[in-house]
Write a protein that binds this ligand. Structure first.
Ligand SMILES: [Zn+2]
Length: 91
């Protein structure tokens, strides 16, 4: 199976934290995934000094938007597919 590649222009969609207005929401890769339909992923603010509450999102941030469709990181989806918490261990 051949892989065909072409360069496209995508937009990176970030959610800025309401609390500190500095950090952006990032997946907490140690947190459980809510096995709802659709699944929900726990995110927290990337600013270490921020004490905002964690938030669930139905997709993994940041997302890439191409032709009005959202794309998520495949590596994260794979590691979370079973619903078992996976820690990368290099925090
Ligand atoms: Zn924050």
């Amino acid at each position: 199976m051949a892989i065909s590649k072409k360069e496209v222009q995508v937009t990176l969609e970030e959610y800025v934290c309401d609390e500190c207005n500095q950090g952006v929401l990032r997946l907490d890769d140690c947190a459980d995934i809510l096995q709802s339909n659709p699944k929900q992923y726990l995110h927290h603010c990337s600013n270490p000094e921020c004490e905002s509450e964690d938030v669930y999102f139905t997709y993994i941030l940041p997302v890439l938007v191409y032709k009005e469709q959202k794309f998520m990181r495949a590596d994260v989806l794979r590691s979370t597919a079973s619903g078992v918490s996976v820690s990368t261990g290099n925090k």
